[in-house]
Design a protein around this ligand. Structure first.
Ligand code: FNR
Length: 371
């Protein structure tokens, strides 16, 4: 599969729209309700202004970063994104291969269309994390975790912003379901309801909404962190926090990292953007655990800004799904490469030659106050 030409990540959406099934494209692109949080997530990074430093000797710009105990080529991860075989027949495996070639981690979704094992066999284990949606049947989640541990997954990411699935109207209109040849491989045969519900002809809108309401546990509390740590003995990251108070609780509960996220605007519409939420969370956490961030990050300068605001790393979602759709593994590799080159250029133009040089003083105070 050839990779169509693109010069930046934003262009991928248009390319993918022309080459994907409408239902799949809409599922990837859309947000909840009026898509206000989704749009603002992109705009928030754009509004921040940089204050570059000069004459700092930037002939060698080193993008490498140590994140969650691993040395990464640059501080970017691939977030959990469900059902990647809707984009390309190699789905999650192609995504994982591209991540491994770049030396960056990928988080596999509970709702993947490839199994934990299929992905583990193509991606070196230090770089694989597993995202958990905790099911009402806790024993099923426990078995999945045990499988992930045995396969060498290095951390768990528990997504906490989906007690109920957000109202994604495009999926309701399209009556989103999975084609017969695709399955939620990690739940298939284990959780009749989710995996069966994802097939067939829905008369009531999105099958995903029905699957979540049947099987995903909306009763979770902070106790879940202790349970996940006991069962897995792995580091546990909490994904989907936006409040500094919750960040403080996460630290007290022994969480190993926070992902500040509004789920790409797909859950609570009009929720604060992750860019706006980040500074208060960083201030509250005070460096005790890593704080990562995702949502609307599309440019190398967005990554510089996130790090300047105190993030240890970022996650970039939709553009990589679109890259997968239009160019498979090589498409994803190329998109990550472009982001990395932009990041390196952004660092050099800011007068920073290592990640440690990226400090809050790079952000113009006026641009943060206007928000
Ligand atoms: C997601 N996201 C997501 N998050 C999660 O914890 N588990 C999941 O299964 C999914 N699935 C998923 C599917 C699709 C199609 C998208 C676009 C997103 C959210 C994802 O991890 C991440 O938070 C956002 O995608 C980040 O925003 P951007 O970069 O897409 O703007």
């Amino acid at each position: 599969m050839g990779v169509p030409e693109f010069v930046n990540l934003e262009e991928l959406e248009g390319l993918a729209e022309g080459s994907m099934e409408r239902t799949a494209f809409d599922y990837y692109r859309s947000g909840a309700d009026d898509e206000i949080s989704m749009r603002e997530s992109r705009e928030a990074w754009k509004r921040l202004r940089l204050v570059p430093r000069m004459l700092r000797g930037v002939s060698d710009v080193d993008t490498s970063a140590r994140v969650l105990g691993h040395d990464l080529a640059f501080p970017v991860l691939i977030p959990p994104m469900a059902m990647q075989r809707l984009a390309h027949r190699d789905g999650e495996r192609a995504m994982a291969k591209a991540a491994a070639r770049h030396g960056i981690p990928m988080v596999l979704s509970t709702m993947a269309t490839s199994s934990l094992e299929e992905v583990a066999t193509v991606c070196p284990s230090p770089l694989l994390l597993f995202q958990i949606y905790v099911t009402r049947h806790r024993d099923i989640t426990q078995k999945l975790i045990e499988e992930a541990v045995a396969l060498g997954y290095k951390a768990l990411v528990v997504t906490v912003d989906v007690p109920y699935l957000g109202n994604r109207e495009a999926d309701v209109r399209n009556r989103l379901s999975l084609p017969d040849d695709l399955h939620l491989k990690n739940l298939q045969g284990r959780l009749g309801v989710v995996s069966n519900l994802m097939h067939g002809d829905s008369q009531q809108g999105s099958m995903l909404t029905q699957a979540f309401s049947e099987d995903i546990d909306p009763g979770l509390t902070w106790e879940i962190v202790t349970w996940l740590k006991d069962v897995s003995k792995l580091p546990v990251l909490v994904k989907g926090l936006l409040s500094p108070e919750d960040a403080a609780i996460a630290v007290d509960r022994g969480v190993d990292g926070i992902i500040v996220s509004n789920h790409g605007g797909r859950q609570l519409d009009t929720a604060i953007t992750s860019c706006d939420a980040l500074p208060a969370i960083v201030a509250r956490v005070r460096g005790r655990i890593p704080v990562l961030v995702d949502g609307g990050i599309r440019r190398g300068t967005d990554v510089v800004k996130a790090l300047a605001l105190g993030a240890s790393a970022v996650l970039v979602g939709r553009p990589l799904l679109y890259a997968l759709a239009v160019g498979g593994e090589q498409g994803v590799w190329t998109a990550i490469q472009k982001l990395k080159e932009e990041f390196k250029l952004g660092m050099g133009l800011c007068g920073t030659s290592s990640i440690q040089d990226i400090t809050p003083s790079l952000i113009a105070p006026s641009s943060s106050r206007e928000r």
